[in-house]
Design a binder for this molecule. Structure first.
Ligand code: S3P
Length: 746
């Protein structure tokens, strides 16, 4: 036979499928369609199923007996009900099997392995237990579909001595059927499946059976609405299969029923007592977990991530901007409002919360740790604080999507908890440097492990005693400073952080607003451990980082005159205004006021000719997120703009120096990337296709560039605009730009 590469088996293998029901039939059908195998043979104890399978073209040929089929096969797939597995395996044990690979599609791996042991006395190395997580309430060979496994998971549970090549071949067979294959321990598989598949099926069967026994059953079924139909669809599944699963995975199923009963009892008690806070907690947590679960699943799905990459923005040239615009809430403040609100005593009401994916990831993470959070509802979020020590362990790793701020700040908080936690993120976040926080946290006594290279996931140990340290930050980073201040609330003694440059100070301001004293002296911020936070209301101003896109847009598009309302102009964030003014922009602030400890204003921007400048280094940290769009301003300005001292841009959501230089060059602009900045010569811009590299701010910056380009700009991979500015396209259109979404990922 071919060598060790499963690819080289292409066109070589004969696969025998034993059991031509929905799963076996679909596997045979998909394999035939793929053309990967030499032949697909079918056997079933009901001869009529073999005949039907041949007629329907599901198999190449039928076998008259098990032994006949086995003698012709290289791979044997067992796809019979769980309780039929052991007699079948015993029959197989009496046949000549040398060199043949065996696998199965049974739902319970513990029982399957036990049956194999009973049949063979020791588990053959060529036996690869498997389970496709796919199905339908329909059964039988006539329900077989060649696409049943496409984009579905298949779990293989090889044992330590299972032959690696056999695993690779079985994996390959599932992959050619369109499935995603992963490996798992037998026991883990059974526990997970009991909860996610077996329990919901038994609940559906039991609900329908219980209601069918009620005297009112006629009326119940006649008037049953969509909820009943949705919930009970799977009660139409194959009774033999589910009977066998219940007995084969008995222990894990019983445990899952007990877990569910406890939950149902908690709900019953809350209803009986009229405890509306407990009820809201259950429903809010469930709804958001369900929604989050859906996003989380779809974000991790290969298909979906391809679709996201396919989501492009197309921005048309020309146009001017006018009117009043309110951009969404500040991302930095939104993250912090959830974190501090969750740890406070009492209820924090947040208005203007950013309903973007980054801030939502933080919100969900705290829900996963038991905090009851209502909303967001039109920007209003109500956080029922649990106090400094009230967080509960999450049963899952906390998935923080694209949000670097969430991960770095939460690293500090999580390092001080009594439980272990894992922080994970998407592809971009998983490549970002975390040593900048884990190193100083380790000096404080935290137990944190990163992946190789200092990137996420972060595995954080609970029950570590933290002690205050003094830390001299090598780079000016608000995230690092905030992380250490948050850890410092739990540390013995004082934690102080010195910064080499100005960084955004929302953490200090907000800690003070929550009644936790922070000392600021020159470039050093200090906090003493052991205090507590008192809930407070928060009005999140509009995000200056989002407003910046329209500030540049209105400056470069002739005839523009816009007012951006209620924008946060905290001096540690307002560098973009200074830089644009130095370039000649016409910007005026009105209605300046202080709201909840943060300065806000309405920002009026009229178009004006821009000129190239050397960007003062002191302004770099206070405009750090705005450089993508400032590069666009520079491309539209007269003369040369030079940015230095901004190496941080290389480790943001993308390498922002490279991503912007690449895109600008495609548009014909002379943009020279430097290790720590860029030199840009203002010039005409052509249209073209640029890649945002999955970075929200790069995507929006190029949409702004189109105002001055000669042709359309198509910007690839833009789904992440939703992380910070979910309604960007709508507001841009409203203001007078021409932007549309292509290949949206609904
Ligand atoms: C942020 C701080 C900045 C900024 C980021 C948000 C924050 O990062 O780039 O988008 O909310 O603290 P650094 O602190 O790493 O410069």
């Amino acid at each position: 036979m071919a060598d060790n590469n499963p690819e080289s088996f292409s066109g070589q293998l004969s696969v025998l499928v034993v059991g031509l029901g929905l799963i076996g039939g679909s596997f045979a059908r998909a394999l035939r369609k793929s053309g990967f195998c030499r032949s697909v043979i079918g056997f079933d104890r009901q001869p009529s199923s073999i005949v039907k399978a041949s007629e329907l073209g599901i198999i190449d040929q039928g076998a008259n007996s098990l032994s006949e089929g086995v003698s012709q096969a290289d791979v044997i797939m067992l796809s019979v009900p769980m309780l039929a597995m052991e007699p079948l395996l015993k029959q197989l044990a009496g046949l000549e099997l040398s060199g043949k690979m065996i696998t199965d599609a049974g739902s319970c791996k513990g029982a399957f392995v036990k049956s194999a042991l009973a049949a063979f006395q020791e588990i053959p190395a060529m036996l690869v237990p498997g389970h496709p997580i796919a199905g339908s309430e329909k059964s039988g060979v006539t329900a077989a579909r060649d696409d049943l496994f496409v984009a579905h998971n298949v779990l293989l549970t090889p044992l330590s001595h299972t032959d690696a090549l056999a695993v690779a071949v079985v994996k390959k067979l599932w992959e050619v059927c369109g499935a995603r294959v992963s490996c798992m321990e037998v026991e883990h598989h059974d526990q997970v499946l009991a909860l996610t598949s077996h329990l919901p099926h038994y609940l559906a069967f039991s609900l329908v059976d219980t209601l069918a026994g009620e005297p009112e059953n006629q009326a119940i079924f006649r008037y049953a609405a969509g909820g009943f139909r949705d919930f009970t669809r799977i009660a139409g599944s194959d009774p033999v299969m589910w009977h066998d699963i219940a007995l084969s995975n008995r222990e894990a199923v019983l445990e899952s029923i007990d877990t569910f009963s406890e939950g149902l009892n908690r709900l019953r008690t809350a209803i009986a007592k009229g405890d509306s806070s407990a009820l809201s907690g259950i429903f809010e947590r469930a709804r958001s977990a369900r929604n989050h679960f859906a996003t989380l699943l779809s974000r991790r799905m290969y298909m979906a991530s391809c679709k996201e990459k396919m989501q492009s923005l197309v921005a048309g040239p020309g146009g001017s901007l006018c009117g009043h615009l309110r951009v969404p809430g500040d991302k930095s403040i939104s993250h912090r409002s959830i974190m501090l609100g969750a740890l406070a005593e009492g209820t924090t009401v947040i208005d203007g919360f950013l309903e973007g994916e980054d801030a939502m990831a933080t919100l969900q993470a705290f829900r996963n740790m038991g905090v009851v959070i209502e909303g967001p509802d039109n920007g209003r979020v109500v956080v029922h604080g649990v106090g400094m020590h009230g967080l509960k362990p999450s049963s899952e790793p906390l998935y923080l999507g694209n949000a670097g701020t969430a991960m770095r700040l939460m690293a500090g908080l999580m390092a001080a908890q009594s439980f272990d936690v894992t922080l994970t993120g998407d592809e971009s976040l998983s490549g970002r440097p975390m040593k900048r926080v884990t190193q100083p946290l380790s000096h404080m006594g935290a137990g944190i492990e990163t992946a190789e290279g200092g990137t996420p996931p972060l595995n954080i140990k609970g029950q570590c005693t933290l002690k205050g340290i003094h830390y001299d930050m090598p780079v000016a980073s608000a995230q690092v400073q905030s992380c250490l201040l948050l850890a410092g609330m739990y540390a013995r003694g004082t934690t102080s952080v010195k910064s080499p440059g100005i960084v955004r100070d929302h953490t200090n301001r907000m800690l003070a607003g929550f009644g936790y004293p922070v000392q600021v002296k020159d470039d050093t911020v200090s906090i003493s451990g052991g205090g507590s936070l008192i809930a407070t209301d928060i009005d999140v101003p509009a995000d200056i980082s989002s407003a910046a896109f329209f500030m540049v847009a209105a400056s470069i598009a002739e005839g523009s005159d816009i007012v951006l309302t209620h924008v946060g102009i905290n001096p540690t964030r307002a560098g973009v205004i200074e830089i644009l003014k130095l370039m000649g922009a016409d910007i005026t602030l009105t209605n300046e006021q202080e709201v909840g400890g943060e300065p806000v204003a309405d920002i009026r921007v009229k178009s004006a000719p821009l000129k190239g400048i050397e960007i003062p280094r002191a302004l770099v940290p206070v405009a750090i997120d705005e450089f993508p769009v400032l590069f666009v301003a520079a491309a539209c300005a007269n003369g040369r703009t030079v940015l230095r001292g901004a190496e941080e841009l290389r480790v943001k959501e993308s390498d922002r120096i490279q991503s912007m230089a690449d895109g600008l060059q495609i548009l014909g602009v002379e943009a020279k990337p430097l290790a720590d900045g860029m030199i840009i010569h203002g010039s005409k811009m052509s249209g073209g296709t640029v890649d945002s590299c999955g970075d929200h701010r790069i995507a929006m910056a190029f949409a702004v560039a189109a105002l001055k380009s000669e042709g359309e700009i198509r910007i690839l991979d833009c789904a992440n605009v939703a992380t910070s500015f979910p309604n960007f396209v709508m507001l841009a259109e409203q203001a007078g730009m021409t932007v549309s979404v292509e290949g949206s990922n609904e």
